[in-house]
Design a protein around this ligand. Structure first.
Ligand code: GAL
Length: 411
């Protein structure tokens, strides 16, 4: 069969048909967050029918488990052919500085990607004269999700500031809703924290945390934990045991009013749960962050020593193509990273995100790899635990600053 395809491919002069062998794609897009990746893989198989694709996923939102497995494989000399990694410090500060990735600059030139992607995004994936991964999307971190019909029933509006949020929370509690805010496991708590921090520090202050100009122990940054603590009082007590999807489910089922989550929640509600954006579910910037788009970008890279390098390069070509991005992103809840994507392929949420991406002030996400090195990020979960145990803003701030000093944040 393979040989036949090869002969056919050569006869037609179609090198794509002649590709054989395997391609292992590593990511955390498993189960009910898998449809977008699966659609992209189907497209790859149409183009390269002779290649056997291994969709190697490790379940766990935000890559909490996948990143550890990837580390073992990379350090053990057994890299997948390509893997999901966040654009920014997560990519650069780990695999690029360790000299484990191939420079993709020539691929970017061949494919015309230096013009196709926004300059700011190319900067995020560049380091020491090289370009190190191919962005497949732009996700937004600072979004609040709700069900309009439920809010009408409870007689409340989506809050625009955290003060309003806390007041709305009290109203809802009086109406019998025990936990108006649905929250999940540790990383989703960090995710909530970054929205609170952005609101309280503003875009400038947020950026200053990562360039070292604003210390975590500065009273303004300590105050973030104070508000965060009050917000946590609105959330469910069993958060530690819930995945991000289960937290979204609580809102969908009317057990909670709000969830703060990245816009993969839109993908989950529209694609997996088949809810209509704008009617069945709705969104707003997380309180106090109107006009600011906290971005992150999923990308794929080419590790040195990939066993199926050519197949991986073809995968990267598809990931960075207009066709690939407009196949993946409408299902994922994200928007294309490319500038020439077709808005007509996106639902109401995607189109709104595209408008905001163009008009808002852009900052990067901590939890999803854009602004701080993995060495900081991976220890921020401990800061969260310290806060949950002590409920002390100062203790959390001191712990965060100690890690910042240790990893040389901003230096
Ligand atoms: C993010 C990732 C998203 C989504 C989310 C939940 O880190 O960028 O694409 O997968 O985790 O798992």
């Amino acid at each position: 069969m393979r040989k036949w395809l090869w002969v056919l491919g050569m006869a037609l002069g179609l090198s794509a048909l002649a590709q054989t062998g395997k391609l292992e794609i590593f990511s955390w897009w498993a189960g009910d967050e898998g449809p977008a990746l699966e659609a992209l893989i189907r497209l790859y198989k149409q183009k390269y029918p002779g290649v056997e694709v291994i969709n190697a996923t490790v379940t766990g939102g935000a890559g909490v488990n996948a990143k550890a497995v990837l580390k073992t494989r990379m350090l053990g000399g057994d890299p997948p052919d390509t893997f999901q990694v966040h654009a920014g410090m997560e990519l650069i500060g780990t695999w690029v500085v360790a000299n484990r990735m191939e420079d993709l600059t020539s691929l970017f030139r061949q494919e015309g990607w230096l013009q196709a992607f926004p300059k700011g995004l190319i900067d995020l994936i560049s380091y020491k004269g090289g370009i190190w991964s191919v962005p497949v999307n732009i996700h937004r971190s600072n979004v609040m999700w709700y069900i309009p019909a439920k809010l009408r029933e409870w007689g409340v509006n989506p809050p625009r500031t955290w003060a309003e949020f806390l007041a709305t929370c009290e109203t809802l509690k009086r109406k019998g809703l025990q936990a108006p805010l649905a929250l999940g496991e540790n990383w989703t708590q960090q995710h909530l924290w970054e929205s609170v921090a952005l609101a309280m520090l503003g875009a400038e202050g947020w950026n200053n945390l990562w360039n070292g100009k604003l210390k975590f122990t500065d009273p303004k940054a300590v105050a973030v934990w104070e508000t965060f603590g009050k917000v946590l009082d609105c959330a469910n007590r069993d958060a530690a045991g819930l995945s991000w999807q289960q937290a979204v489910d609580r809102v969908v089922q009317g057990q909670a009013a709000f969830n703060i989550m990245g816009d993969w929640a839109a993908g989950y509600m529209a694609t997996t749960l088949k809810l209509r954006p704008g009617t069945d579910f709705a969104w707003a910037p997380s309180p106090g962050t109107q006009g600011i788009f906290m971005m992150l970008s999923d990308s794929f890279g080419l590790p040195k020593g990939a066993k199926n390098r050519q197949n991986a390069l073809n995968w990267l070509r598809l990931v960075g193509s207009k066709e690939g991005q407009d196949t993946f992103n409408p299902l994922k809840g994200s928007i294309a990273a490319r500038l020439d994507s077709d808005p007509a392929k996106y639902n109401a949420y995607g189109q709104a995100a595209m408008r905001d991406w163009k008009s808002n002030r852009i900052v990067g996400s901590l939890v999803h790899g854009a602004v701080a090195p993995e060495s900081f990020m991976s220890q921020f979960g401990t800061v969260m635990e310290i806060f949950l145990q002590t409920k002390s803003p100062q203790a959390a701030a001191n712990a965060a600053q100690a890690i910042a000093d240790q990893v040389g944040l901003g230096r």
